[in-house]
Design a protein around this ligand. Structure first.
Ligand code: PSU
Ligand code: MN
Length: 301
C-alpha cells in the first residue's frame, strides 16, 4: 500500500539515518510560494546532517514516503489538496484523492515504513476553547500509540499549552525538553511551563529511544521539544496581542474543525508582517537539523 521511494528504501535497508517530514505544514501551514522553497530547504537541511529526508503525503490515493521534486511541487501548489489526519487515510486512499498529512498521519505512515525520527514545527494539541468545542488534535492520541521520536518546538502557541501537556501526561507520551527545562512555545523559545526531563545531546535522545524499545511498554512516542533560538523567536508582546485578535477573529468567523489551525497560523502571518512566519521557519529548521543528528545517533547505535 505504502510507496517508499528508492532512496529511502535503500537507506533504511542499509541502516542509514532517515528523517520523516510532514506535508501539512507545506500545503496548509505556510503561504505560497514560500512553501515550496521551504519544503526543498528542509530536505536539504536533513541531507546536510548526513540523513535522508522522507517527506510523507498522499498523492492520487497513494500514501508516499519520500518524494521527488515534482511530487513536492504538487503538495505545495496543487489546488484542493486536502488535509489528512490519520483517520482520513483510508477515505483518501479509497477515493483516490491527494492530501497533505498532519503529524498524526505522517507519524503513522513513517512508523509503518520503519522511519523512527520525525521533524515538524509544532504539534497539534488541546485548543483553548476545548470546554465548548472539544477540539483536541488527533496528533496526541496517535502519538500515544506509535513508536516514533518527534522533534518539535513544542505545541503551537495558539493552543492551551498546559492542558496539552496534561493530556500528554495522561496519554503516557514521553516528553523531554532539548537543552531546556521549560517546554518551548513554538513561535516563542519558552512557553513558561516546565518539563520534567531535559536531554542535552542526540546521543542522549538515542539512549532514551533504545530504552523505550528495551522496556517494551505500550507503543508510544518520544517528544523532543526543541526551542526556537531566542534571537529568532517572535516578539512575545506582539505574539500575545496578535494571537488574542486571531482567536477573536476565529470565533467571530465561525471557523471550526480542521480549518482552525490553518486559519490561526495564517492570521498571525498576515498581522505580524511575516514575523511569525520567520519564527515558525526558524523553529522548523532547527528541528529538522536536530532530527538529522538524532537519526544519525540512532542509526549508529
Ligand atoms: N507545525 C507547523 N505548521 C503546521 C502544522 C505543524 O509549524 O501547519 C500542522 C501539523 O500537520 C499538525 C497540524 O499535525 O498542524 C495540526 O492540525 P489540527 O490542529 O487540525 O490537528
Ligand atoms: Mn482540531
Amino acid at each position: 500500500m505504502l510507496v517508499v521511494s528508492e532512496e529511502v528504501r535503500e537507506a533504511l535497508a542499509a541502516g542509514r539515518p532517515v528523517v520523516a517530514l510532514e506535508s501539512t505544514i507545506i500545503a496548509h501551514g505556510l503561504p505560497r510560494p514560500r512553501n515550496l522553497q521551504v519544503a526543498l530547504e528542509l530536505e536539504d537541511a536533513v541531507r546536510q546532517e548526513g540523513a535522508v529526508p522522507a517527506t510523507i503525503t498522499v498523492l492520487d490515493g497513494q500514501p508516499r514516503v519520500g518524494l521527488d521534486k515534482e511530487q513536492l511541487e504538487r503538495v505545495a501548489n496543487e489546488d484542493g489538496i486536502r488535509k489528512l489526519g490519520h483517520r482520513d487515510l483510508p477515505l483518501a486512499v479509497a477515493a483516490g484523492v491527494s492530501g497533505a498529512t498532519t503529524v498524526s498521519a505522517t507519524a503513522l505512515l513513517a512508523a509503518q515504513a520503519g522511519v523512527r525520527v520525525f521533524a515538524t514545527g509544532g504539534l497539534g494539541g488541546v485548543h483553548r476553547e476545548w470546554t465548548v468545542t472539544q477540539d483536541e488534535s488527533a496528533d496526541l492520541g496517535l502519538l500515544a500509540r506509535t513508536r516514533i521520536t518527534v522533534v518539535c518546538a513544542g505545541v503551537k502557541s495558539i493552543l492551551d499549552v498546559p492542558a496539552t501537556l496534561q493530556r500528554l501526561e495522561t496519554l503516557g507520551v514521553a516528553v523531554a525538553g532539548y537543552g531546556t527545562t521549560n517546554f518551548p512555545g513554538f513561535y516563542l523559545s519558552d512557553s513558561g511551563h516546565p518539563v520534567d526531563w531535559t536531554l542535552e545531546s542526540p546521543g542522549e535522545v538515542a539512549a532514551v529511544m533504545r530504552a523505550q524499545d528495551a522496556l517494551d511498554g505500550p507503543e508510544s512516542a518520544l517528544i523532543v521539544a526543541n526551542p526556537v533560538p531566542e534571537a529568532e523567536q517572535l516578539d512575545p508582546e506582539l505574539h500575545a496581542r496578535v494571537l488574542a485578535d486571531a482567536l477573536n477573529a476565529c470565533e467571530a468567523e465561525g471557523v471550526s474543525g480542521q480549518a482552525v489551525t490553518p486559519f490561526l497560523l495564517g492570521y498571525l502571518v498576515r498581522h505580524t508582517e511575516g514575523a511569525s512566519l520567520s519564527a515558525n521557519l526558524a523553529a522548523v529548521r532547527g528541528n529538522v537539523r536536530l532530527a538529522g543528528r538524532i537519526a544519525t545517533a540512532w542509526a549508529g547505535a
